[in-house]
Design a binder for this molecule. Sequence first.
Ligand code: NAD
Length: 479
Amino acid sequence: MTIPYSSSPSPFSPAAVTEVVAPPSGAAKPRLTFLGTGYLGATYAICFAELGYEVLGVDVDADKIAKLSAGEVPFHEPGLDLLLRQNLAAGRLRFGTSYEQAADFGDVHFICVGTPQQNDGMSADLTYVERAVTSLAGALTRKALIVGKSTVPAGTASWVQQLVGKHAAPELEVEVAWNPEFLQEGHAVEDVLRPNRLVFAYESPWAGGILYAAHKGVFDLAATEEREVPVVSCNFATAELVKMAANSFLATKISFINAMSEVCEVTGADVTLLARAIGYDPRIGQRYLQAGIGFGGGCLPKDIRAFQARVQELGAGESVRFLHEVDLINQRRRTRVLKLATQLLDRPFGPAGPDLSGTRIAVLGATFKPNTDDVRDAPSLAVTTLLHKAGADVHVYDPQGMDNARTVLPDVTYEPTLDAAVAGADLVCVLTEWGEFRNADPTGLGQLAAGKIVIDGRNCLDPALWIAAGWEYHGMGRS
Ligand SMILES: NC(=O)c1ccc[n+]([C@@H]2O[C@H](COP(=O)([O-])OP(=O)(O)OC[C@H]3O[C@@H](n4cnc5c(N)ncnc54)[C@H](O)[C@@H]3O)[C@@H](O)[C@H]2O)c1
């Protein structure tokens, strides 16, 4: 039986493909390695061990590997700690720093290293991908499949094939596939075990067969729950673009509603009601229509920039020029809180910017979204930096992100509790929509604060409740 290669969506038939490919290691099912054990790779390594695979996670960061080996997830992701400990104990899951060990162990190697924005431009930095691929390819001693999961610009998969061609012995016939990733931090365990779709790009029946076998656990779990996991089989370029297109769409939706919130502010409209009203149209939908201080994190901002840079290189720059505007709207949101704070605290806005010296501001939230400790390109920290630079005495509290925030922004005060951050504050800014802030008691907090003024940078509080407790409430784009 052969697996058809097609560039259009194809249904998956697990029964048909599992008998096709015997893993080169001789194991009953493919042994998997995840190269790079950050937010993506560690979550995958742990969840795929949970699905019954033998897994090795590999990273160049020995501290991270030591923590994972000791049963400690080095970042906050709900539900992951327990799965890590259970699968270490079951003997299915190991971690290491050796590419020789990875090559010896694995049949399918997933590239999960970072692809950050380059320091001197908008393009993706592919150095980590290159190092991971060349280290692995040079260590391989038998046939294997190398699968790209990192988010990359168009053309990367073919370039990885060339790297493999240079560094792996040709008689091993090592192959490359691409399988872009859509997990959301804070919801990652569920997203990995129960993905809403899988995108597979491969160039031979063998590669397709072993890639399907490496995901059989996902399909089997879906079958026991009477679900289906749609699979889109496509060529390399499509797989690379799917991820960039998905993130561009989400970023555009967020910047759209944030642009509407700016219009709401000058017209006296309320963007939350506007979003609700347009979102009832199923063609638009309610999700990703929360106006606020914009998107951040380790993916959306760098991905829309890398996408623009790559498409420009390929000669179709005008097709994605709107993403520049999406980025500008998003950046503008970060200064909105600073301007509002200056106005509400009745402070001067001079030629060098606002002067907030002598004021104390509580910042609630440091992570780019709730249920993670990830502070990469977090709008909350960008706003905190602006408030601090303007001279305010800023006191930050976040349920999970304080350690990471401290390393990025050491110069502000971090408080151990929500109450401690709010105590004595002239102004409270809610910048990440953690449940702890949404459910906070405004009456109790009002007794701690020096000034009962709140900026709800995420439109996540109940204004009626806060106003009833005596607070002056200011949301984003709300009259
Ligand atoms: N975090 C997410 O929610 C998410 C979702 C979808 C896609 N992605 C994509 O996945 C990729 C990884 O993202 P992340 O958030 O996990 O990044 P991360 O920075 O948390 O993790 C990257 C890991 O790779 C390791 N690494 C670097 N060079 C290595 C090498 N040569 N060999 C082995 N390990 C090496 C680093 O030490 C680090 O632990 C990126 O391309 C990102 O865009 C991330």
